[in-house]
Design a protein around this ligand. Structure first.
Ligand SMILES: *Cc1c(COP(=O)(O)O)cnc(C)c1O
Length: 421
């Protein structure tokens, strides 16, 4: 495979091509094909961007039809039929059945654009500046979003410019079992001398993705919602990775029965891998003045077309939800067995996650890298996350066939036994 031009011209900032140094040419469902014809099962799926797999036929057809009809591809944020269809479908298929009432802000098309918009809206709406985020949280890498992201690797990349406007609290489980980390947050909120500026908002992932697949418990999330309400702090759920069905519900916060004031979605929102993001907000919070937050690529026509098709096709009933929960248990069982096997071999390992957002924690990034490198040789694309990259994570397409899922898990098992056997 010819890779010289890629190695010579693309900046050193590149990341995933280092773990998977082949040239990919085609993909379908949960399978990727490289230029030499070798096939790979995809347990990374664009870090949760391809929840419905690669090139899903229904979504692809919607896109082809729209292009063939000379539909509007770009129109700044003018009204288009594609936008009207998207908003109508979002309301009818997702919001109404869940009893949710939100207005929709279409920011630039990436996740970090949505987070920037969400935290700025919280500041505009409350007149306060401070945003509380949590240890191991990941919310993007532009300056505002980065201020709420924990990982030092990204924070140090500003060249010494301090990120501002946020305060970190310990996430659920951060201080070990038996400690409710919200005791600390509540104490700070109630103490005029705590040094914590009264927050405009709290931002969190209900299952932390890049931070190592850390699910917050239902009780913790419900208590956080209560705390936010009693101190009039806005609750922002960043559902960019955990949303769009990844945890087995469309929104990850549905499991806990909480209602955020603001929600961000991106990654799998277009359903097809096209860049797209939205911010959902309680209608009273829409304090934006016209054009106060703008951008050239707000509401990408093609992404709204595939996004609409994805909502109609996958979310008009609960078939996919139930399927994700079932497959999630398959992954959970296998990860538990592997964790037990590793622990017996003297490598303390554990399993965690929700739905098809799952991790096998193997203690160190070193261990995890050895496993994922061996898996790639054997035809499985799988990545790590966490503070040390110690969590081998399964983010396979939600639509993966049982055969591909089992084959992927078999490859992972064989890789682990090869490396540590
Ligand atoms: C990926 C991600 C982001 C950032 O999205 P980008 O499109 O990479 O800017 C923000 N929040 C969460 C939870 C993410 O997983």
């Amino acid at each position: 495979m010819q890779t010289q031009i890629l190695e010579r011209m693309e900046s050193e900032v590149r990341t995933y091509s280092r773990s998977f140094p082949v040239v990919f040419t085609e993909a379908k469902g949960a399978r990727l094909t490289a230029e030499d014809g070798k096939q790979y099962i995809d347990f990374l799926a664009g870090a949760g961007t391809l929840n419905y797999g690669h090139n899903h036929p229904k979504l692809k057809q919607a896109l082809i039809d729209y292009l063939a009809s000379d539909g509007i591809v770009h129109g700044l944020d003018m009204w288009t039929k594609a936008k009207r269809d998207y908003l109508e479908t979002l309301e009818e298929v997702i919001l109404k059945p869940r009893g949710l009432e939100y207005k929709v802000h279409l920011p630039g098309p990436t996740g970090t654009n949505a987070v920037e918009a969400a935290i700025r809206l919280a500041r505009v709406a409350t007149g306060r500046h401070n945003i509380v985020s949590f240890t191991n949280g990941f919310h993007g890498v532009t300056m505002g979003a980065l201020a709420t992201t924990g990982n030092r690797k990204f924070r140090e990349a500003t060249g010494g410019i301090p990120t501002q406007g946020s305060a970190f609290m310990p996430f659920d489980g951060y201080l070990g079992e038996g400690v409710d980390t919200l005791d600390y947050f509540e104490k700070l909120l109630g103490d005029n001398s705590s040094g914590l500026d009264r927050p405009a908002a709290v931002i969190l992932e209900t299952v932390q993705g890049e931070g190592g697949i850390n699910p917050a418990s239902t009780e913790w999330l419900q208590r956080l919602e209560k705390l936010c309400r009693s101190y009039e702090i806005l609750l922002i759920v960043d559902d960019i990775q955990a949303g769009c069905g990844r945890t087995g519900k469309f929104f990850s916060f549905e499991h806990a029965g909480i209602t955020p004031d603001i929600v961000t979605n991106s990654k799998s929102l277009s359903g097809f891998g096209l860049p797209f993001a939205h911010v959902l907000m309680r209608p009273e919070l829409d304090k934006w003045k016209p054009g106060q937050y703008n951008g050239t690529f707000r509401g990408f026509g093609l992404a709204m077309v595939t996004g609409t098709a994805a909502l109609r096709h996958f979310w008009s009933d609960d078939t996919l939800e139930r399927d994700v929960q079932r497959k999630g248990r398959v992954v959970e069982d296998r990860f538990q067995q592997l964790a037990a096997w590793l622990s017996e071999k003297g490598i303390p390992a554990s399993e965690r996650g929700r739905g098809l957002m799952r991790a096998l924690d193997v203690g160190t990034g070193d261990n995890a890298d050895k496993i994922t490198a061996e898996a790639f040789k054997r035809g499985l694309v799988i990545e790590t996350s966490g503070h040390d990259g110690q969590a081998v994570k399964c983010l396979c397409p939600l639509t993966i066939s049982d055969e591909d899922l089992i084959e992927g898990l078999d490859i992972l098992e064989a890789s682990i036994k090869q490396v540590f056997g």
